[in-house]
Write a protein that binds this ligand. Structure first.
Ligand SMILES: [Zn+2]
Ligand SMILES: [Zn+2]
Length: 289
């Protein structure tokens, strides 16, 4: 009897702590800009995305200024344990070494043995271009691609396909028991693009260009709309992000972001479409309703 009480109180504690984690799960936009103009001007920041899910802090695609933005938006770089760099483009990998080094307060013990901390999930090209010094700081390095899955604690990480110039890379689905989040990374539209995200609750889409402003290497709204309609059931929330100079910058005629949100909302079954903004913090529970 007393054992049963003990076990049920442990279960209750587990349920409570799980709920607590869910309530605190967040997506933080450390940069809503993509491409070289925003890298140069920082008109929209290029720091990537911080995910706090399942008790794990993950930094995705830490582009130029990531270390500045994470501090500016009052987040703690020392809490990051998972680094994900989807491809070897400057607006995605530039601050990786800074973030690895910035994820610890103490570098080494009194014998100058470096503490190993953190896991990097990326491509061979990124690993090749990261210094041995920083690679040695990490506990683990994994190569991901569209056909692979990696288990990291409670997270199942599934690679998704991209076609993006000649660079090797991947999109990624973060699958927890309670929900899943996908990040498209940079890509053009291809057969089967949308179907990769069937069953995903929240999709973060790198939408560089508005309407029919076609780019050979990135998505535009009109190109991606038919693919979004192939995701059935649709995601509960779509987050548009990584806007290029044609979308919103001193070079564009206006800020096209609001009109793209309205267009996608009108022409798909996705009920909640959100535009990324620098420093935006989104509570995941609210995105799942
Ligand atoms: Zn990019
Ligand atoms: Zn890219």
């Amino acid at each position: 009897m007393s054992l049963r009480i003990k076990i049920s109180s442990i279960n209750l504690f587990l349920i409570k702590s799980k709920t607590f984690i869910l309530m605190n799960d967040e997506i933080i936009i450390l940069g809503s800009g993509g491409g070289r103009h925003h890298v140069r001007t920082q008109y929209r920041a290029t720091g990537g995305i911080l995910l706090k899910i399942g008790g794990i802090q993950t930094h995705i695609d830490p582009g130029p200024g990531a270390i500045v933005r994470i501090n500016q938006y009052k987040e703690d770089p020392t809490k990051t344990e998972l680094f994900i760099v989807t491809h070897f483009h400057l607006d995605h990998y530039n601050d990786l070494a800074v973030m690895i080094e910035g994820s610890r307060r103490v570098l080494h013990d009194k014998n100058h043995i470096y503490y190993r901390k953190g896991t990097l999930i990326t491509t061979k090209e990124v690993v090749k271009n990261l210094s041995q010094y920083h690679l040695n700081m990490l506990e683990q390095v994994h190569i991901l691609n569209a056909t692979k899955s990696i288990q990291y604690k409670d997270l199942k990480l599934n690679g998704t396909k991209i076609t993006h110039a000649d660079v090797e890379g991947f999109g990624i689905i973060f699958d927890l028991n309670e929900y899943s989040i996908a990040y498209s990374s940079d890509t053009t539209v291809f057969e089967g693009f949308g179907k990769q995200f069937i069953g995903v609750d929240i999709l973060i889409l790198n939408l560089l260009r508005p309407d029919s402003v076609i780019c050979r290497r990135h998505l535009s709204t009109d190109q991606v709309l038919p693919e979004l309609n192939k995701i059935s059931p649709p995601p509960k929330t779509l987050i548009l992000n990584h806007f290029g100079a044609y979308m919103d910058s001193p070079l564009s005629q206006k800020n096209f972001v609001p009109s793209q949100v309205a267009k996608i909302q009108a022409l798909t079954n996705i009920e909640r479409v959100i535009a990324g903004e620098d420093g935006l913090k989104l509570n995941i529970l609210e995105l799942l309703s």
